[in-house]
Design a protein around this ligand. Sequence first.
Ligand code: 7TS
Length: 409
Amino acid sequence: MPAWPDVRADFPILHQQVNGKPLVYLDSAATAQKPRAVIDALVRYYERDNSNVHRGLHALSMRATDAYEGARTRVAKFIHAADPAEVIFTRGTTESINLVAHSWGRAHLKPGDVVLATEMEHHSNLVPWQQAAKASGATLRYVPVLGANAEGGLDLAALDRLLTPSVKLFAFTHISNTLGTVNPAAELCRRARAVGAVTVVDAAQSVGHVPLDVQALGCDFLAFSGHKMCGPTGIGVLYGRRALLDKLAPDETGGGMVVSVDYEGASWKPAPERLEAGTPDIAGAIGLGVACDYLEGLDRAAIARHDSGLARLAYEKLSTLPNIRLLGPADARSGLVSFAFPDVHAHDVVTFADEDGIALRGGHHCNQPLMRKLGLTSTTRASFYVYNQPGEIDALVSSLQRTLKFFRG
Ligand code: 7TS
């Protein structure tokens, strides 16, 4: 394991007992815990600066507007966007992808077109495209995953066949929330661009875990959620290239996004305002900006090494348990491990772990089609982040041994 500072002191929630045991939080892929700096920023905003943005000329409104727009600039820098206007604040990954599916999809998709996704997509990057395809008459196709346990990642040879000029949009996840697979996002964007397809990268599991540069990736759109990267819930981002965003018809209309309105119609401001109708989550955006500072302070390349180091260690230690099925690649994986036992349901595994103070996730992880393809209904998932330590993997393995002993005798 690479050297890593113990940052648990920064996370107030971790200092508690659950079922009489010290909390071991291994569910950061669902949502990450928040450092004191982010919590304090939310309290400070509501105690000192709370006001609506872009509308008032009084001191508080100007302060709130500066802080909100400052957060946009901070987030733009975090993902290396060329222009802060390319950062649209949304509620999260799901809303960001829906925005593209509705606004871009409505304007560009027609019968005969193909939307390409992959077999490992979270429902949030799958159902919106099913809906967009149904509404437009386009066809939705999937890049297969390879291997009985999807250990082979995406079938890049099949991609050659699938990426025809009929493909108008390619939506794929950077990191799989169920398998831990890290997809070659820059290569996928490059290959999609070669056939003129627009790319949508689901970065929900990557932006807080690995250094991410949207210009180097060469993506057209990229979506993520603040809550998975130490930020608050209720705030997320749609990144889009400026040229695309300024042409995107708004999905939601109302206050704050219009230039002028009369009783017959209205005209839209440029991005980002045209895509942020109504009062935004001002405190959430400010908290997200502080989360960016926090993660950058830890060094994002070091975070990536730490998270994937823990996941590799977990994979290695878990593989010693009898009759365990480990999903995804053994090596090149992000900070999570998903596994299944043929004779013990994931919900039982999670319930037993909870008795030991360990928070795991059990279920289909919003990946039902992939589960079905792998012949599973659910898996147990342990996911790691900046506050986890190797000792917590030993606690996990002991808990699983206790569970297996109970069920197997
Ligand atoms: N895409 C991926 C890859 C995800 O992992 C998730 C959430 C989403 C999209 C949706 O994000 P949201 O913030 O809009 O809900 N994944 C999980 C998970 O794995 N367990 O709980 C939520």
